[in-house]
Design a protein around this ligand. Structure first.
Ligand code: GDP
Length: 365
């Protein structure tokens, strides 16, 4: 009992006040702040990647995905140095609506290609990941068998930014993976929007996974996506669904006949398979193998890659110009003011745009 405390005097009998217990410090002294691992040098990263060190590869991909200018600068140097070691792979884009069976199929397709030796990287482009906070595409938990395979590197879609930005990051990650010895690259995307075009611009073969449906559903498939496909595969051809899948195959074949022959000279094939029951997998890969033989023989493979590199140079320039402009504080201020004026009919859109651009270019000169 604390005898010095005023309330322990006789007049307060019945009430005892004990000395307080010292409060523990608000911060656990044993919990020292974990130091962030220092950034490996560009040289260390490149050396690690070329040796196939997965940790280094992952760190470099994180740099590519980072929004920090410092990380971006490091990433660009690493990519530049990895470029001579890249290119030696088969880049395959895989698309299909949610539920088409992309993850089930990639798991099975992936094991199939890994049986032939080499390594496989599974990447993804999902611009909606910005809204949903984290992409489900390319998620390890969706590919049970591949995720525990030592030869597979699975990376979900980079998040943040425009589709162009997300796609550029995936394009750069391909370079890093190839330098690390991944000779098979799958790029997955959801077949519902613009992202197929982005994937198409970075792969050699574009596979469209479809489901059996009625003629009506066939109408709903965007013509553009079908036109991009080098192969259409109808999944879930198992059990009661086999007949319907065959019918869908016929429908797709006749729909494809209406399209002009693609620049590759390759006529897209249509097959049925079952990812879940692992039926027809071999045939799908035979088709893909014959495509590669075909386009390597007629020179289209090299031409397309060169065309894609050109495309990505312009994409990168466009994206950088865009972000440089919109991230400029003065531009942001002027745009806000211009919006006000336009909304109140004080100026025309064109005049307002001219003022902002003139000011930007004037400042740049
Ligand atoms: P994703 O959204 O395109 O990645 O599709 P999932 O791979 O997650 O598959 C969606 C659903 O279809 C799951 O319930 C799978 O088990 C099922 N599924 C996938 N492939 C097949 C198949 O070949 N046959 C059957 N019957 N079901 C399948």
């Amino acid at each position: 009992m604390d005898m010095n405390h005023v309330e322990n005097q006789d007049c307060y009998a019945g009430l005892t006040v004990n000395s307080g217990v010292a409060q523990p410090p608000s911060v656990n002294p044993y919990l020292t702040r974990r130091k962030r691992k220092p950034l490996p040098s560009v040289g260390e990263m490149v050396e690690g990647i070329v040796k196939g060190d997965v940790t280094m590869l992952s760190r470099a991909v994180t740099m590519v995905e980072s929004l920090s200018a410092e990380h971006q600068a490091v990433a660009q140097e690493v990519i530049e140095k990895c470029l001579p070691f890249s290119g030696n792979s088969r880049r395959i884009g895989i698309t299909g609506v949610p539920g088409a069976g992309k993850s089930t199929s990639i798991d099975v397709f992936g094991l199939h290609v890994l049986k032939q030796g080499g390594k496989l990287a599974v990447l993804a482009i999902d611009p909606s990941s910005e809204r949903t906070k984290g992409s489900i595409l390319g998620d390890k938990t969706r590919m049970e068998k591949l995720s525990v395979h030592p030869g597979a590197f699975i990376r979900p879609s980079p998040s943040g930014g425009s589709l162009g930005g997300v796609a550029r990051k995936t394009r750069e990650t391909i370079v890093l993976c190839e330098a690390a010895g991944y000779n098979n690259i799958f790029v997955e995307t959801v077949g519902v929007g613009q992202s197929e075009t982005a994937v198409h611009s970075m792969v050699d073969f574009f596979l469209l996974i479809q489901l059996a449906g009625t003629g009506d559903e066939l109408q709903g498939i965007k013509r553009g996506i079908m036109e991009m496909a080098d192969g259409i595969v109808i999944n879930k051809a198992d059990g009661d669904n086999i007949e319907r899948a065959r019918l869908a195959m016929t429908q797709f074949k006749s729909a494809l006949r209406l399209f002009p022959t693609p620049a590759s000279g390759w006529t897209p094939e249509v097959l049925t398979y079952s990812g879940y029951y692992e039926l027809g997998i071999e045939e799908v890969w035979k088709m893909i193998d014959s495509y590669f033989e075909f386009v390597k023989a007629n020179g289209y493979f090299e031409r397309k890659r060169a065309e894609q590199s050109r495309f990505w140079m312009y994409e990168t320039i466009n994206e950088r110009l865009h972000s440089h402009f919109y991230n400029n504080p003065e531009v942001q201020r002027m745009l806000a003011a211009a919006e006000e004026e336009i909304l109140h009919n004080k100026r025309t859109s064109f005049a307002a745009a001219k003022t902002v651009l003139d000011s930007y270019f004037g400042a740049e000169n």
